[in-house]
Design a protein. Structure first.
Lengths: 242, 476
């Protein structure tokens, strides 16, 4: 699903060169649930930005879902982000002016789907995360856990092949964290690949595999398990949260 | 997507109402100033008869003194009007589709006694007198042919013209019509009233067939003009062209028998062979306007040849001692030549547009600050698949919405400003409808608003669409 070979990413200023990723090589198979761990400054976020095509890299090759994405135009990268990748952020990153329904609608708008199709996807996604009754609530009217569930509904509505989660439980209490992890696990059970950056060993333990980064390199390189679960062709309906 | 962007923009405006108000106010100010000054200029410059202005031509002949030009500083400029002798000769041509000599006078008008008059007929008699029209005729004060004394005579602006005038200048009629060419030939005592004069004399009723008294004669009303307000009185640019059209129109051919003098400009250099009115008509006094309708280039050339032949013939008879200098000038060119559009209005219109540009550029900074503060949200949208062009359009639409709101408000304020200006013009020029925001001006104001929005917003929108999403996602 995700194959990075000798990726280098250097941030340069007039005075300093910071090697955020150094010869990073990493494979994630389709249907895997991988946790990326490491101390602050180890390159986790840079890895996630590069993996999500939110940032470029200086050297190496990167293939996503079998497609070399090293030399894509900005528009092509936007299209891949919109159709193949779903993001879950630590701070939820909902748009404050938009209610839950409209937040879930955002990526679908950029996909240019017809109204009826969007409506069906949004309602199904909100139902999957158990927030149908709160569709007209603004983010400020929702708890942290509910906001994260809206963010996950936003991902589900787009039906991506890969979910990149950056500390998805970082701003939640332990009960909410468990709920969100349950939800991600169920999504993964439906066949969606998940790569999750986390500091939490409890969360990491619920993944199939943990990868540790240090100084922009994979510390304990470990290939994908031989039996990465294949993506289910069934609808993801049924990943109902509590 | 445009509707989606508009909805997002409205939410954004509500999010920061004070800043939005300041931005709207900036555009509003710029649009108000530019619309007012552009409308003033437009009121002078617009084509008063767009359907056929290129077909209508004003005729001039240089019959002036051979020893000195009409305008000493500009010897190639012929007199602005023509003589009665020349007009009479030119009217014989069959080349124009329509043609009319004409002049303005001020005539004493009243209702014959015993006839039902309008509410305005009484008590509004003019106290002054006009040298051209003379004092009120006795018949206006006393009975004529056994009638009761006439009701209060009043001096009224009257145009003497030929039958073609009404069709040539597309005069709209509420009741009846203009007279025919036979009435010209017969010097028929018929009159066409303006809307206002019909209101004054007959209370606005259909007065066709009724009689009014002009000087010492009875005239039959054959037509009442509907609301006719050309932006400028283009058919007579020799004086007071901002005034409304005259209130009465009677056949030109009544001028000799009634000895009606002009109320307009006269320029002469040689007296007639005899004294009195006959001598005036035979003199080299230029006092008549002359228009022809020539719908094609061929007709124009044919008419120019006709004029040349006429002048050459007159030269043989001892007239037209100056070099051949005939002018056949279309409406807009004649307006330009007569300086209908004051240079000041053009300059002010340009300055007001520059003011709008300055307002727009000042708003750029405010919009840039507003948009950059929203960078984290843009980062999210980019992460969710928005292309740069999507972000650019979203923000440009927001700028345009702000600009259109400001533009509409500016337009409304402009309407108020021009209303005040028109009231002042009513006092100064007796013309309270000169400056109007018509469809072209409305479209211009909206177009300028959109342009202002684009000028103000294009750079901030471009900057925000270029941000690196990864940098701002953590900040959200």
């Amino acid at each position: 699903m995700l194959s990075m070979r000798a990726i280098k990413k250097v941030y340069r200023t007039d005075l300093v060169e910071t090697h955020a990723l150094s010869e990073l090589t990493l494979e994630v198979g389709a249907g895997e649930f991988v946790a990326i761990m490491g101390p602050s400054g180890s390159g986790k976020t840079t890895f996630l930005n590069v993996a999500g095509l939110l940032d470029g890299f200086d050297e190496g090759t990167y293939a996503l879902d079998g497609e070399d994405v090293s030399r894509l135009s900005d528009n092509q990268m936007s299209r891949i982000r919109n159709r193949k990748i779903g993001f879950v952020f630590q701070s939820f990153n909902l748009i404050p002016d938009l209610d839950a329904y409209d937040n879930v609608d955002v990526p679908l708008r950029y996909r240019g789907l017809p109204g009826a199709d969007r409506k069906q996807r949004i309602e199904r996604a909100l139902e999957q995360v158990g927030l149908s009754s709160r569709r007209r609530h603004l983010p400020s009217q929702l708890s942290g856990g509910q906001q994260q569930r809206v963010a996950i509904a936003r991902v589900l509505a787009g039906d991506p092949r890969l979910i990149l989660a950056d500390e998805p439980t970082g701003n939640l209490d332990s009960m909410m964290s468990r709920e969100i992890m349950d939800l991600l696990e169920r999504i993964n059970d439906e066949g969606t690949t998940i790569v999750m950056v986390t500091h939490s060993s409890e969360c990491a333990e619920r993944s199939h595999r943990q990868i540790h980064l240090l100084d922009g390199k994979v510390l304990d390189a470990e290939g994908p398990p031989p039996l990465a679960r294949p993506r289910s062709t069934a609808s993801s309906a049924g990943v109902v949260a509590s | 997507m445009i509707l989606y962007n508009m909805r997002i923009a409205m939410k954004s405006l509500k999010r920061s109402p004070i800043l939005s108000t300041v931005i709207v106010g900036g555009v509003m100010l710029g649009i108000t100033v530019s619309t007012i000054f552009s409308t003033i200029r437009h009121s002078f410059a617009k084509d008063p008869i767009p359907h056929k202005s290129s077909a209508l031509h004003y005729i001039r002949l240089d019959s002036w003194d051979p020893l000195r030009p009409y305008v000493p500083e500009q010897p190639t400029i012929p007199p602005t009007q023509i003589t009665y002798r020349d007009m009479t000769a030119l009217m014989k041509s069959t080349i124009p589709v329509r043609q009319s000599g004409m002049f303005k006078s001020n005539l004493w008008v009243s209702l014959p006694g015993g006839m039902p008059g309008g509410h305005g007929a009484g008590g509004t008699a003019a106290a002054g007198s006009a040298p051209d029209a003379g004092p009120p005729p006795d018949s206006a004060k006393t009975a004529a042919s056994g009638r009761a004394p006439a009701i209060r005579p009043e001096r009224v602006e009257t145009r003497l013209c030929f039958a073609d005038f009404f069709t040539m200048f597309e005069v709209p009629f509420r009741y009846g019509s203009g007279w025919d060419r036979k009435a010209d030939t017969d010097a028929a005592q018929v009159v066409v009233l303006s809307e206002e004069e019909n209101e004054k004399l007959f209370g606005g009723a259909n007065s066709v067939g009724r009689t009014i008294r002009i000087m010492d004669r009875d005239f039959k009303v054959i037509g009442v003009i509907d609301h006719w307000r050309p932006s400028v009185r283009f058919y007579d640019l020799t004086q007071a062209f901002l005034s409304a059209p005259e209130k009465l129109f009677i056949p030109f051919t009544l001028m000799p028998p009634m000895q009606i003098g002009t109320g307009g400009n006269t320029d002469g250099w040689k007296s007639g062979p005899s004294p009195g009115f006959e001598g005036f008509l035979a003199s080299e006094t230029c006092w008549l306007q002359f228009w022809v309708e020539l719908p094609t280039e061929e007709k124009v050339h044919e008419y120019e040849d006709f004029l040349t032949a006429y002048v050459m013939e007159q030269k043989k008879a001892g007239r037209f001692g100056r070099p051949l200098n005939n002018r056949v000038t279309p409406v807009l060119a004649w307006m330009a030549e007569q300086g209908v559009v004051p240079n000041e209005t053009s300059a002010m219109a340009v300055v007001s547009l520059l003011f709008l540009a300055v307002c727009s550029l000042n708003l750029t900074g405010l919009l840039l600050g507003k948009f950059l503060a929203r960078a984290p949200e843009v980062g999210v949208r980019r992460a969710l698949g928005a292309r740069r062009i999507d972000i650019f359009m979203q923000h440009l639409v927001e700028c345009e919405i702000v600009a259109v709101i400001g533009g509409v408000l500016g337009l409304l304020i402009s309407l108020g400003g021009l209303k005040i200006l028109n009231k002042w013009m009513q006092v100064v020029l007796n013309r309270g409808d000169l400056f109007r925001i018509d469809l072209p001006m409305t479209l211009l104001a909206i177009g300028l608003s959109l342009l202002a929005g684009f000028i103000a917003g294009v750079y901030p929108a471009w900057r925000i669409c270029r941000i690196q999403p990864a940098v701002h996602l953590k900040v959200q």
